[in-house]
Design a protein around this ligand. Structure first.
Ligand SMILES: Nc1ncnc2c1ncn2[C@@H]1O[C@H](COP(=O)(O)OP(=O)(O)OP(=O)(O)O)[C@@H](O)[C@H]1O
Length: 303
């Protein structure tokens, strides 16, 4: 069932269109990564979805919109650079946030307690000032604040970009856990992070969605195999023979290595090795590399 459906969403500043008629749709309990290079329009898109920025045109439909006109009730948002009242303790900050989200004093206290546990802020740290927290702890506290009202959609803008490897891991583990309770839409320009935890990807470039879908399907769609071949001879003498093989899509030579691209690994391997053996080529290297999501991303962004 659809949780969010975005149609022809556009944001223009003066003459500059930074989000250009994008269509997005995703369901419940998903982790969706909005990936794109710097300036692609990720923050602008997320802020429009969170109701913080008015679109120039287009529509955003939320599943529960019929029940309540205030979409903020079921959206939690953590900006790229969250501002904390660093003189407060983690517990005070969450209780304060709960009251801002219209919880009663008792509810806010109870929810703060639950969330401190859920996001893994230790007992001692709960009553320490936020100014003493590490980057990862601050980010986890930020996430706790964003979900204080139990939203259905949690929007996180570059949640791990500014963290060290430990903080990054802590936040990714937390996101993995939270996606059982809600849909998470997060932006990133780090493909590994998207690959690690997301079910679906939306690739944004120059304000346009250039590819989207399930991670597994996109991997399959863009998966190619690159076979590296080196010989103890001038490699250019062998290129035509390889290019004539059925399973070979294309080839290129870089520093005496022949890179052979194919989308049928088994056939390509069989045909190349047949040739090598029957013609007794002086092969020194034969290795197989599969294209990763990163290659796919570069391919799409550069096309
Ligand atoms: N208030 C604004 N006025 C004019 N231009 C803006 C405004 N906000 C954003 N932009 C421009 O819109 C484009 C997209 O910005 P946005 O912050 O959405 O991209 P992003 O994908 O989140 O990039 P980054 O990862 O660098 O934050 C950029 O060229 C940016 O300069």
């Amino acid at each position: 069932m659809t949780l969010v459906k975005v149609q022809k969403l556009t944001k223009t500043y003066g003459k500059k269109t930074v989000v250009n008629g994008i269509d997005i749709e995703f369901g419940h309990h998903k982790c969706v990564a909005l990936i794109g290079p710097n300036g692609a329009g990720k923050t602008t898109t997320l802020r429009m979805l969170a109701g913080l920025l008015k679109p120039t045109s287009g529509s955003i439909y939320f599943e529960s919109q019929n029940k309540t006109p205030d979409i903020r009730e079921f959206i939690g948002y953590l900006p790229q650079y969250p501002a904390f009242h660093t003189w407060m303790t983690g517990r005070e900050f969450l209780t304060f946030s709960g009251k801002l989200a219209n919880l009663s004093k008792e509810e806010a206290n109870k929810r703060a307690d639950e969330l401190l546990k859920e996001v893994g802020i230790s007992r001692e740290a709960q009553d320490e000032r936020i100014s003493r927290y590490s980057g990862g702890m601050k980010q986890r506290l930020g996430i706790a604040q964003a979900i204080i009202h139990k939203p259905k959609l949690l929007i996180l803008d570059e949640p791990v970009a500014s963290l060290d490897p430990i903080g990054r891991r802590e936040v990714l583990i937390l996101m993995e856990k939270l996606k059982e309770e809600m849909t998470i839409l997060f932006s990133t320009h780090i493909l590994n992070d998207a690959e690690e935890i997301s079910d679906e990807l939306i690739l944004l470039n120059d304000g346009k969605v250039i590819e989207s879908g399930k991670l597994t399907e996109l991997r399959k769609k863009y998966q190619t195999t690159v076979i590296e071949l080196q010989v103890d001879d001038d490699i250019t003498k062998y290129v035509d023979r390889i290019n004539n093989l059925q399973a070979v899509l294309n080839t290129k030579i870089e520093r005496d290595i022949l890179y052979i691209t194919s989308d049928h690994l088994n056939n390509a391997r069989k045909e190349i090795l047949n040739l090598v053996l029957t013609e007794n080529w002086p092969v020194t290297t034969f290795s197989i590399n599969k294209a990763s999501l990163e290659d796919m991303f570069m391919k799409v962004v550069n096309s």
